[in-house]
Ligand binder design. Structure first.
Ligand SMILES: Nc1ncnc2c1ncn2[C@@H]1O[C@H](COP(=O)(O)OP(=O)(O)OP(=O)(O)O)[C@@H](O)[C@H]1O
Length: 505
């Protein structure tokens, strides 16, 4: 069992705050973890966190203490979440993005760009990883709607849950690498997948960064109309987050029920807070006495969150990320069912039931209990099939097809029985050698040409003369193509690739 890491960050006073209050602030530093907070009624409260980042603290310190361990975990396939919480203007976005996400100096850059660097750095340091992918989705939750920040036309993304992938944002744009409104929650989801050398096992981790909307009370904003509606909606989802935290810390009195479904925010965070996740919370506060009541409620929120118990585990599920070929094998359920059937013949019914239960628990067998589950199961299989296809296409694009072109026939050197391979052209994959054996390597075609001596000079006869003529024919076709490519053919734009099998390939 491991606790959530909770820190407080007290930003420097703004020029307005300094003008209004001089040097007067509502916190008194005790040490690196503890400070005394003075509320509006001059009452003192002592707050202790895993660490307190005072006004002089650097962005790198926040990243290294709170986020770097989560980055390392995510690379090791343990889900992680980092959340910034606090009232408007408290420093959430400054911590998450830096003064500007687009352009900012190295020292001031925020958590988000540091996470991108950190993920690549860590993954590259793992020798045993052969292939990996890092994908990023960015969404905002505004008025209880999830909007894709990479594609603003997707303004009502559905949240789904899958046994294989956990919480999913259906259709959200993912990119291998916009500005959100401060009245919305911004959510950045990194998905890290790795394939190991040797046994080709796959594992995946998810890292979620959440820059929450301002936590100030709706009635205090003095807002009206739409702005008031926005503030109410933000408060509703933040109080849903509070309730989830309360329930996770055992304070809900509702047994084991954690009310993740009460808001879009908590639903997205379902597999990222508590449970199978490491969580870090940064409570951002203004040091100004004029914001004391909001700062107090932020610090209390952090104090409650400190008690969340999480039990992170590695997403190294033999079902989800087992050996590459198994992971994408849609027949796995069938195989398990066949084994169970055989066991039914030999074991008594209770033992088979226990095994069935074990298979379900381990996610080896899929239980289509409800229509929703069945749909998600179907979606899982579809997604796995799509990934398998993408994987195959990538492998195909990275293949060296070692072939011999003999007497204008293309022969597979890995499988000599394939002695007349057809050359095809696909819009997606370009030129293909239909059915040729593939061996994965680089994206490089090496051609070792046959000898270029003139047929008649070889003094050959019969079949050997035929061979020499054919070689000369394909070599002179190669010469013509080179000639045409360099503009010397006099036949306009036509490049005579089809004049020989060598060139078609
Ligand atoms: N640690 C810091 N050091 C220097 N400036 C800071 C720091 N934290 C915040 N600021 C500045 O304070 C101002 C408000 O910060 P920021 O925009 O991050 O607030 P926020 O909590 O994200 O507000 P909102 O909820 O409206 O998005 C910005 O001008 C920011 O540059």
């Amino acid at each position: 069992m491991s606790n959530i890491t909770v820190c407080a960050r007290l930003r420097p006073s703004s020029s307005k705050e300094r003008k209004d209050n001089g040097d007067n602030v509502c916190m008194r530093r005790l040490d690196a973890e503890t400070f005394i907070f003075k509320d509006e009624k001059e009452e003192d409260f002592t707050f202790s966190f895993d660490k307190v980042f005072y006004e002089e603290s650097k962005q790198a310190e926040v990243y290294e203490f709170l986020v770097l361990p989560i980055v390392r975990d995510a690379v090791n396939a343990i889900n992680g979440t980092f959340i910034t919480y606090g009232q408007t203007g408290a420093g959430k976005t400054y911590s998450m993005e830096g003064p500007s996400i687009l352009k900012c100096d190295e020292e001031k850059k925020g958590i988000l760009p540091r996470v991108v660097d950190g993920l690549f750095e860590h993954i590259k340091s793992l020798n045993e990883v052969e292939n990996y992918s890092i994908k990023l989705s960015m969404v905002e939750i505004y008025m209880e709607k999830v909007r894709d920040l990479f594609d603003l036309s997707k303004d009502n993304i559905q949240i789904k849950e899958s046994k294989v992938q956990g919480i999913l944002l259906s259709g959200a744009t993912e990119t291998e690498m916009n500005m959100a409104s401060s009245r919305s929650h911004s959510v950045y989801i990194f998905t890290i997948q790795q394939e190991f050398t040797g046994d080709k096992r796959m594992r995946a981790g998810k890292l979620v960064l959440v820059d929450l909307a301002g936590s100030e009370k709706a009635e205090k904003t003095g807002a009206e109309g739409r702005v008031l509606e926005e503030a109410k909606m933000i408060n509703k989802s933040l109080s849903a987050l509070g309730n989830v935290i309360n329930a996770l810390t055992g304070g809900s009195g509702r047994g084991n029920h954690i009310p993740y479904r009460d808001s879009k925010l908590t639903r997205i965070l379902q597999d990222a807070i508590g449970g199978n996740s490491r969580t870090a919370l940064l409570c951002c506060c203004s040091p100004s006495p004029s914001n004391a009541s909001e700062s107090l409620s932020t610090l209390r929120f952090g104090g409650r969150a400190k008690h969340i118990k999480a039990s992170p585990r590695v997403n190294f599920n033999e079902h989800k990320y087992a050996k590459k070929h198994e992971a994408f094998c849609p027949n796995k359920d069938e195989s398990c069912e066949r084994i169970l059937n055989k066991l039914r013949e030999r074991l008594d019914i209770e033992d088979v039931k226990l095994l069935e239960e074990l298979f379900l628990l381990e996610g080896i067998l899929f239980d289509p209990g409800t229509v929703e589950e069945a749909e998600l199961g179907y979606e899982d299989v579809t997604l796995r099939t799509i990934s398998a296809l993408q994987h195959d296409v990538e492998a195909l694009a990275c293949s060296v097809k070692e072939v011999e072109i003999y007497m204008e026939k293309v022969r597979d050197l890995f499988d000599l029985s394939k002695d007349n391979i057809q050359i095809k052209e696909s819009k997606v994959q370009g030129i293909l050698l239909s059915g040729a054996t593939e061996d994965r390597a680089g994206k490089l075609v090496l051609v070792d040409l046959a000898g270029s001596e003139k047929a008649e000079k070889t003094g050959a006869e019969g079949r050997v003369l035929e061979e020499a003529k054919m070689i000369n024919k394909s070599l002179s076709a190669l010469g013509n193509v080179i000639n045409a490519l360099t503009g010397g053919s006099g036949r306009g734009n036509h490049i005579p690739y089809r004049d020989s099998s060598l060139l078609e390939f």
